[in-house]
Write a protein that binds this ligand. Structure first.
Ligand code: PLP
Length: 239
């Protein structure tokens, strides 16, 4: 094994142990939680190593980086999740490689995703990104719709050709009433998820938790955790 492969294997094992312990502590089956490895800022060679180590789901937040990386890895059986703020002029590119867009936060984006999915002949899974700290009618600083906008967006996705409503996603807020209270934030997201499933029973994905707070997310009921740093290392610069 190369040094990098050994490093990633050890990190991955540690993260999987954390997930298993958090599931055990919460009385949940380990199979209820899926690990997405966030590969942003890291090269395609790392994605390839992760694939060799059994990773099948990766996430990226910038189309400029993700598109060439996905192209370099197109021979691998990988599912790509897009988790960053998404401009409508990038939608066509994102739809060409992403299986799931987790950052759906406005109707205009739903419309753009639907027409791009139609042109590409693909079905794209969509999560509504919830900004727990955004006021009514606003979006969060890091993307996401205010909680009272979830219903309208969910109905828009559910009614859009080429799109599949999969559930909800959040990033724990850095400010507002949930700042520093990850568990409370993720509990709140679960309440919105229950409400959503009342109208859309198949939309049962809950994407929450990152390197620092995956235990809180699993305790609250997350089905998907998005882990970057704890697997790949601390990122240099932006990202
Ligand atoms: C970068 C990122 C992650 C991973 O964060 P880490 O702290 O590196 O684990 C998760 N979700 C989103 C939306 C991200 O942008």
């Amino acid at each position: 094994m190369t040094e990098r492969k050994e490093e990633l294997a050890a990190n991955l094992a540690r993260v999987k142990e954390r997930i298993a312990s958090a599931c055990a502590a919460a009385g949940r089956d380990r199979e209820e939680v899926t690990l997405l490895v966030v590969t942003k800022t890291y090269p395609a060679s790392d994605v390839r190593i992760l694939h060799e180590l059994g990773v099948r789901q990766v996430a990226e937040n910038r189309d400029q980086d993700a598109a060439p990386k996905a192209a370099e890895c197109s021979d691998l059986s990988l599912s790509w999740h897009f988790v960053g703020q998404l401009q409508t002029n990038k939608v066509r590119s994102v739809v060409s490689y992403a299986d799931v867009v987790q950052s759906v936060d406005r109707v205009k984006l739903v419309t753009a995703l639907s027409s791009a999915a139609g042109r590409a002949g693909r079905e794209i899974g969509c999560l509504i990104q919830v900004a727990l700290d955004a006021e009514s009618g606003e979006r969060g600083a890091r993307g996401g719709v205010a909680p009272d906008g979830i219903g309208e967006l969910a109905d828009a996705v559910a009614g859009a050709p080429g799109l599949r409503l999969d559930g909800l996603m959040t990033v724990a807020p850095l400010s507002g009433p949930f700042a520093g209270r990850q568990r409370a934030a993720f509990d709140r997201l679960m309440e919105f998820s229950s409400r959503l499933r009342g109208n859309h029973p198949a939309a049962n994905m809950v994407s929450a938790g990152m390197s620092a707070d995956l235990e809180d997310a699993i305790a609250a009921g997350a089905t998907h955790v998005r882990v970057g740093t704890a697997v790949l290392g601390v990122r240099a610069g932006l990202g």
